[in-house]
Write a protein that binds this ligand. Structure first.
Ligand SMILES: NC(=O)C1=CN([C@@H]2O[C@H](COP(=O)(O)OP(=O)(O)OC[C@H]3O[C@@H](n4cnc5c(N)ncnc54)[C@H](OP(=O)(O)O)[C@@H]3O)[C@@H](O)[C@H]2O)C=CC1
Ligand SMILES: N[C@@H](CC(=O)OP(=O)(O)O)C(=O)O
Length: 360
């Protein structure tokens, strides 16, 4: 029987923070122990500090908890794990302070994803990158702490089927992806209603380069010395990102070229995606979905409203798998941007870390 872990949440009042609250409050393996947000929220009860936007109510035990500033003191020091949903403008300094305090930190912010000693892990794709933790600990003289980042929400959906295909058919030479991203991805208040209603905005600052680069790190490997990452060199990724008037769920149209000739057929690709099993599933992690990738055969799926809760938001739903007459295969995928694309990844990463013995 694994013990219940005390969890802290940084950025607890935001869009990702609220999702952490819901996922952790109903999780048998965690108890919510400390909440942090900006000095504007500190000292207030959680119910007063947050602008709650989830369709479920604030869990009763959390409503009257007091929100603190984000410093590694007090209740945060008792935490076994700390999840960060901090605004990127403040995440660098705060997360480094928590790492230096020897805490186990799982971050949603982009700030340390590109760092050479920091694993960037999508739990259904590259959990082998946890192998760098001992080196990170030795570099920072830590005994139990570490910093793991999870990916950009659109990247998180993309890499799961790509990993399945790469493992089965070898290197992918070209990937072109066009996203239709939900407004919750922009946090709260996010995109103004006058900008997004009756509209599509064909720009999300910094998103395309993040998707292109993060994919190469995630689908790359930990080097043999276990002290760095080898990024994919021969895979080219091009992303185009759009904001659409959907509340939750990022949809992505993906075209893929394989190195292998002849390229796999549509039937082989579907069979590979359906058979794919991640380490999180193999280890029996509580939040791991039964199917990492759900393939829909209906001609008009996936759709955000109908498919985003698949696998409780932890599965990637793939549909419209078909031949591409420019590359080899094209498909459409859907990822829940605040579950597998954000807070859910953090929770599943903590479960994996516990299974791997990285959390005592
Ligand atoms: N939304 C999504 O789908 C995804 C988001 N992310 C990333 O996760 C992070 C959070 O995003 P999101 O929840 O959307 O953002 P929000 O803007 O909704 O929330 C930001 C949080 O940061 C806190 N904060 C702001 N300033 C400070 C400060 N000076 N000190 C301490 N805390 C502060 C806010 O507290 P307060 O309420 O007190 O202001 C709030 O809790 C970002 O880095 C984002 O890029 C990653 C993947 C997906
Ligand atoms: N930019 C994403 C959400 C996000 O915050 O991503 P990142 O953590 O990579 O900055 C979106 O708008 O949907």
């Amino acid at each position: 029987m694994t013990r219940v872990l005390k969890a802290g949440i940084l950025g607890a009042t935001g869009t990702v923070g609220q999702r952490f609250i819901l996922l952790l409050a109903e999780h048998p393996g965690f108890s919510i122990h400390a909440l942090g947000a900006s000095p504007r929220s500190a000292g207030k009860t959680y119910a007063k500090a947050t602008k709650w936007k989830m369709s479920q109510s604030i869990p009763a035990p959390v409503r009257d908890m007091i929100v603190h500033t984000c410093e590694p003191t007090g209740e945060f020091l008792d935490c076994d794990v700390v999840f960060s949903g901090l605004d990127a403008d403040v995440a660098s300094e705060i997360e480094m302070a928590f790492l230096k305090a020897d805490l186990a930190l799982f971050s949603n912010a982009k700030n340390y994803r590109t760092h050479e000693e920091v694993p960037l892990i999508v739990p259904l794709a590259n959990s082998s990158h946890f192998d760098l933790v001992p080196y990170q600990r030795s570099k920072h003289a830590l005994s139990k702490g570490f910093l793991i980042t999870n990916a950009n929400c659109s990247t998180s959906g993309l890499v799961v089927p790509l990993k399945a295909l790469q493992d089965r058919f070898g290197p992918l030479s070209k990937i072109v992806v066009t996203t239709m991203q939900a407004v919750s991805g922009a946090g709260y208040p996010g995109v103004s209603s006058l900008d997004i209603m009756d509209n599509v905005v064909p720009f999300i600052g910094g998103e395309e380069s993040k998707m292109e680069w993060e994919t190469l790190k995630i689908l790359g490997e930990v080097n043999p010395e276990l002290n760095g990452f080898t990024l994919l060199k021969n895979t080219k990724v091009s992303a185009t990102c759009n904001r659409v008037p959907v509340i939750d769920g990022h949809t992505e149209c993906v075209s893929i070229e394989f190195e292998q000739r002849p390229a796999p057929s549509v039937e082989e690709v579907i069979a590979c995606l359906e058979a794919y099993r991640s380490e999180a599933q193999a280890l029996g992690c509580h939040s791991a979905p039964e199917q990492a990738i759900i393939v829909s055969r209906e001609e008009d799926r996936p759709q955000p409203r109908l498919d985003r809760e698949n696998g409780k938001g932890y599965s990637v739903t793939v549909g419209r798998v078909r031949e591409c007459n420019v590359f080899d295969i094209k498909l459409t995928l859907l990822v829940h941007n605040t579950i597998l694309g954000a807070a859910g990844s953090g929770v599943l990463l903590a479960e994996l870390a516990q299974k791997k013995g990285l959390i005592a």
